[in-house]
Design a binder for this molecule. Structure first.
Ligand SMILES: Nc1ncnc2c1ncn2[C@@H]1O[C@H](COP(=O)(O)OP(=O)(O)OP(=O)(O)O)[C@@H](O)[C@H]1O
Ligand SMILES: [Mg+2]
Length: 402
């Protein structure tokens, strides 16, 4: 079940429209360029064909004319046709001898070597798929084979290079949009958190004052006042968490095992008595980590509450502290719950993903954010097996010894 948390934020829609519009422009640019160059290629192809036809016609005329024809004039014309173009041409005469134009050959080659080279060039030209031009010499037929000019070849690849450019622009644009969307989301998170902390502050201080008045009131049962104070403390913790996530939180060196143990003692009272929580540590005594106590406790609370939910209120939890690779401190939180189906493994950290009736799907998103954005750490699923349990891993950088 994927429930989207609906935030009334018009700019997400605006972002989507911008993305669609940007994508549309990219597709249009690519399409237009393809269409335009295709037309150009066709025109050039036609023109090159006409040139070769003219060339063939001239050769045919020269070869079949009587002695009075001005041969020189025609040779000049042939030369003119071939000036400034790079169309490779091979003329196979009646005896099967190959003559060429615009095919580079070393002068030092023997006639036979030249013929062999031209044979292989001929195969290349045939592969380019231009139909040979037939010259009717009267007594026999001869053929002129021609390839594509350099310009035409280049032009054929041109749309591909344009497409590549459009793809690169599209890719960069996508990154830009995603980045700006994420930045906007960040601002919303931070803004909401700050505002919540701010709003809670005023009633909280007046509540504290009221409890002090009640404390001195003889007619009030002192147990009620104690319970009220606890609730106020709880509200204060929530306010502190919101105000910390709403600004760049200050990290302090904290004894990791001590911090987790004392928070778990606090949490234990609030969860089912049928959940057994054990803490094991392979860290050196008093190993510290740079954390913001309030936010870090929030992470532990979210992960542990999920574990309790997954076990349906009955089962064992193990919190194992040890040192990992690359100077990392690992906190592995394991449960004996129902596990996470493989299909959901990549979704559990997405905002709004929940399989619970009353879940918002925000707990893990928040926890990941706190660990990765504010503590330079990582929150991941180490392992999960259906009906056996799940282990979440928090890794934090080990502080350098000063
Ligand atoms: N230890 C776990 N075992 C099995 N599934 C888990 C575990 N932890 C998280 N999940 C799955 O991940 C989903 C998302 O967890 P997340 O904490 O983000 O939201 P939630 O618990 O559903 O709601 P809430 O916003 O109240 O925390 C849960 O709904 C659950 O399906
Ligand atoms: Mg949760």
């Amino acid at each position: 079940m994927f429930k989207e948390v609906s935030l009334p934020l018009a700019f997400y829609n605006r972002d989507t429209w911008l993305k669609v519009a940007f994508f549309g422009v990219c597709v249009f640019m690519a399409g237009f360029s393809l269409y335009f160059t295709d037309g150009l290629v066709n025109k050039l192809e036609e023109r090159e064909k006409q040139q070769i036809e003219l060339y063939a016609e001239t050769i045919r005329y020269v070869m079949t004319s009587d002695e009075n024809a001005d041969i020189n004039f025609f040779f000049e014309r042939i030369k003119k046709i071939n000036e400034n173009n790079t169309i490779p041409v091979i003329w196979k005469d009646g005896s099967g001898h190959l003559n060429s134009i615009n095919i580079a050959m070393s002068e030092s080659l023997s006639t036979e070597e030249k013929q062999t080279l031209l044979q292989s060039k001929l195969q290349e030209i045939i592969a380019e798929n231009n139909k040979p031009i037939e010259m009717d010499m009267g007594f026999q037929k001869e053929y002129i084979y021609y390839g594509n000019s350099k310009l035409l070849k280049l032009l054929r690849y041109y749309p591909l290079s344009q497409l590549l450019v459009v793809l690169i622009i599209g890719f960069l644009g996508y990154i830009f949009f995603s980045y700006s969307r994420r930045a906007e989301q960040n601002r919303v998170w931070v803004g909401l958190a700050k505002e919540t902390a701010h709003q809670l502050g005023t009633p909280l201080s007046s509540l504290t004052a009221w409890v002090e008045i009640l404390r001195n009131e003889q007619s009030i049962n002192p147990e009620i006042v104690v319970e009220l104070s606890k609730d106020i403390q709880r509200l204060e913790t929530i306010t502190t968490r919101f105000s910390n996530i709403g600004s760049m939180p200050i990290l302090k060196e904290e004894d990791l095992e001590e911090l987790i143990s004392s928070f778990i003692s606090y949490l234990k009272i609030r969860i089912s008595t049928k959940v057994h929580i054990e803490i094991k540590s392979a860290l050196i005594a008093n190993q510290v980590a740079n954390v913001n106590k309030y936010l870090f406790e929030w992470v532990i609370e979210n992960v542990c509450k999920n574990a309790v939910d997954a076990m349906g209120g009955t089962g064992d939890m193990l919190i194992y502290l040890h040192e990992g690779k690359n100077n990392q401190l690992y906190i592995d939180i394991s449960d004996t719950g129902k596990g996470i189906p493989t299909a959901n493994l990549s979704k559990v950290f997405a905002p709004g993903f929940s399989t619970k009736k009353r879940g918002w799907g925000l707990g893990l998103t928040l926890a990941k954010r706190i660990i990765e954005n504010y503590h330079e750490g990582k929150l991941s699923i180490k392992s999960s097996e259906l009906n056996k349990g799940t282990t979440f891993r928090i890794s934090l950088p080990k502080p350098a010894v000063s």
